[in-house]
Design a binder for this molecule. Structure first.
Ligand SMILES: NC(=O)c1ccc[n+]([C@@H]2O[C@H](COP(=O)([O-])OP(=O)(O)OC[C@H]3O[C@@H](n4cnc5c(N)ncnc54)[C@H](OP(=O)(O)O)[C@@H]3O)[C@@H](O)[C@H]2O)c1
Length: 326
């Protein structure tokens, strides 16, 4: 499957949630300026109103529609209704996304999160139809465990794309999903490659810059993100980057992009400077020595629980799925 997008994707889950409309618009403009033409969103993104992130993208990108690649997702809570992967709800969700994105088709459309009440085969049936109708170019799934993923692929062999979390502090997908995606020629989009900012170095030694995401999300959630050894690993990683005189965000992104089977990194940004900075990670070669040092740093606390309470084994890993069904 040829993924229609680039290696760096601008993520938009923070739009109007952690950053305001003006900085969201500026981030999109900066992305286009520096050659990032792939955008990831979902019908559920937006703080006061779900769908707002799609509306912002639609407004800015409509004149550029033929030059950009739009990925969106459906199946999570929307308009006061609970999440559902029922075929009729998926179709309805996509039609809403097309309206808000001001487009006749999306390049990539993903089931946002599995629904225990709906067989994944039924959902894939709906996605198959949407592709056949030309409303979706490539269909796929996010946040599926390996068994559900295999069932989904069996139901829809044309499936082209998988999205899940992967970063230096959360590596479950490396063993759990990447080998399968490679064997099936499925594009893998790695979300939260910066561990929501923890890997950028700005939270080093417990710092919490005013206005940053961890600052805005409130103490409990921020403490969860720093927990389980994540802060210590991120500090050690930042220290290593400082010694190497390298930018931690760029290194964290380059590391994700260097994983065999990773097609693209989906990175959020709260403004244009971050977008420009992060864009430079594409093409950054870490080299074998640096990569080995990074590996040593993030795996050198075997006695600590894995970040955010996750099992280090290849178990389902959905604590950062940005939907309400968790
Ligand atoms: N499918 C799913 O269930 C799912 C789940 C999660 C995410 N996603 C997708 O993946 C995207 C990325 O995930 P994410 O935004 O949660 O996490 P992320 O990409 O790991 O972190 C993004 C945040 O890190 C900070 N940051 C980014 N670049 C920086 C830099 N150069 N220097 C300093 N700080 C920087 C910014 O926050 P501040 O500046 O505010 O601190 C930014 O919003 C989402 O936007 C969404 O599109 C999908």
């Amino acid at each position: 499957m040829t993924f229609p997008g680039g290696r760096m994707v601008l993520g938009t889950s923070g739009f109007t949630k952690y950053n305001d409309e003006a900085s969201s618009v500026a981030a999109i403009a900066a992305a286009l300026d520096c050659g990032i033409t792939t955008f990831d969103t979902a019908d559920s993104y937006g703080r006061d109103r779900r769908g707002r992130a799609e509306e912002i993208l639609g407004a800015v990108l409509a004149p550029h529609r033929d030059e950009v690649v739009l990925c969106t997702k459906g199946g999570s809570e929307f308009d006061g209704r609970p999440a559902s992967a029922r075929p009729d709800r998926i179709r309805e969700a996509l039609l809403g996304s097309l309206r808000r994105l001001r487009t006749r088709w999306v390049d990539v459309y993903l089931l946002h999160v599995p629904d225990p009440d709906v067989p994944v085969e039924d959902t894939m049936g709906a996605l198959t139809e949407l592709v056949a109708e030309g409303l979706v170019r490539v269909a796929g799934c996010a946040n599926l465990g390996p068994e559900d993923l295999e069932r989904a692929v069996r139901a829809y062999p044309g499936m082209g794309c998988v999205q899940d979390e992967l970063n230096l502090l959360s590596r479950g997908a490396e063993a759990r999903l990447l080998p399968y995606c490679r064997s099936r020629d499925l594009a893998f989009l790695a979300y939260a490659p910066l561990a929501q900012g923890l890997l950028t170095g700005k939270y080093r030694s417990g710092r919490q810059p005013a206005g940053s995401r961890l600052d805005r999300m409130g103490p409990e959630r921020a403490a969860r993100i720093r927990s389980g050894g994540a802060q210590a690993r991120a500090d050690a990683f930042a220290g290593l980057c400082a010694r190497r005189e390298a930018d931690p965000a760029q290194v964290a992104l380059a590391w994700v992009l260097s994983r065999p089977g990773v097609t693209a990194a989906v990175a959020g940004a709260s403004g244009p400077e971050q977008v420009r900075n992060n864009a430079a990670a594409v093409g950054l070669e870490l080299g074998a020595d640096f990569a080995a040092e990074i590996d040593g740093v993030v795996t050198s606390w075997p006695d600590l629980p894995s970040p955010r309470g996750r099992s280090p084994s290849p178990a389902p890993d959905r604590s950062h799925a940005d939907t309400s069904r968790r």
